[in-house]
Ligand binder design. Structure first.
Ligand SMILES: NC(=O)c1ccc[n+]([C@@H]2O[C@H](COP(=O)([O-])OP(=O)(O)OC[C@H]3O[C@@H](n4cnc5c(N)ncnc54)[C@H](OP(=O)(O)O)[C@@H]3O)[C@@H](O)[C@H]2O)c1
Length: 292
């Protein structure tokens, strides 16, 4: 990556995309296109975007992420998560660009008892997971294709995930229901963005897990957030997954191992990431509002 690199970010309206754009802002020529400006499922539009900007790197943050709705809208999930990625992979191959695509822990069935590695065989238990797995395969067909599996994202200027909703509830003194029996690898988008850049500079194309070191249940995550925020732990309502009706099944154990990535870019622990995020939240909240 040099200052002459041209980075095309797709799905620019999303949570991770905002962090990726920040990471590259001062380091490359960045074009961040939201869905209204570039629909990745439209091959002609992708071809035009690539031929006009001539990116050296295409970082795909576009995704259909409605896990429950995907059970009934498989065509829409596939159009973005699988065939849209195939369009980008072909455009990257034709133009010589590097492609980065983000995968998910939901490609696994959650029956493991230790963190999944890149060597473990995926077995998605939802349509969303299946559509994302197809996307991984297409992305890896690009000669310079990186698939970076992330999980339980939080933070950044466009924070809006399940983890962020727990923080919001605690900050506002509301109860937060947290799974007591689902294990995850909570990951700070700022860390994922930094790791993506360093991986591209130092690592070979291929499949990588990119999550915080260590893992936890959602309840443990909530307890640590509550401790850092100094709020009453009774706001957290530990909830067994079986007691919550969800259209799509979720993996119960979805911890990922970033050991392969850690040899190139060490990932901080989730506790460290959470601490930095909460410092960032406090800083933002203490800034005088620009609105009257
Ligand atoms: N969030 C997580 O916890 C998590 C966990 C595992 C993996 N991931 C993966 O990480 C990546 C980034 O996730 P994120 O949380 O940042 O996602 P996000 O906030 O939901 O953003 C995805 C963006 O993609 C856009 N999009 C949807 N269809 C599109 C299309 N056809 N063309 C162009 N853009 C389109 C969406 O626009 P609209 O809002 O207008 O639909 C949205 O702005 C995704 O690959 C996701 O699957 C995320």
């Amino acid at each position: 990556m040099t200052s002459s690199s041209r980075v095309l970010i797709t799905g620019a309206g999303g949570q991770l995309a905002a962090a990726i754009a920040d990471e590259y802002a001062a380091r490359a020529d960045v074009r961040a296109l939201g869905r209204a400006d570039l629909d990745i499922a439209n091959a002609r539009a992708v071809e035009q975007a690539v031929s006009s900007f001539r990116p050296t790197h295409i970082i795909n943050c576009a995704a259909y992420n409605q896990v429950d709705r995907a059970e009934d809208e498989l065509d829409q999930a596939l159009a973005v998560n699988a065939f849209g990625v195939r369009i980008l992979a072909r455009a990257a191959a034709d133009s010589g660009a590097t492609l980065v695509h983000y995968g998910t822990d939901f490609v696994f069935d959650g029956r493991a008892s230790q963190p999944y590695t890149e060597e473990d065989t995926p077995n998605p238990c939802s349509m969303y997971g299946a559509s994302k797995l197809l996307g991984e395969w297409f992305a890896l067909e690009a000669p310079k294709g990186y698939v970076v599996r992330v999980a339980s994202l939080f933070g950044g200027s466009r924070a809006r995930s399940s983890v962020d909703r727990i923080f919001d509830a605690l900050l506002e003194g509301r109860e937060a229901r947290v799974f007591s029996d689902r294990t995850c690898s909570p990951s700070y988008v700022v860390d994922v963005a930094a790791a993506t850049r360093l991986l591209l500079e130092r690592g070979a194309p291929g499949l990588y897990h990119c999550v915080s070191s260590n893992h936890c249940t959602w309840h443990e995550l909530g307890l640590e957030a509550g401790r850092l925020l100094d709020v009453d732990a009774r706001l957290l309502v530990p909830t067994p997954a079986a007691s919550v009706a969800m259209r799509a099944p979720r993996p119960m154990y979805a911890a990922l191992s970033s050991a392969k990535l850690n040899a190139i870019v060490p990932m901080p622990t989730w506790q460290d990431a959470l601490g930095r995020y909460i410092t960032e939240i406090r800083r933002r909240r203490s800034e005088p509002s620009s609105h009257q």
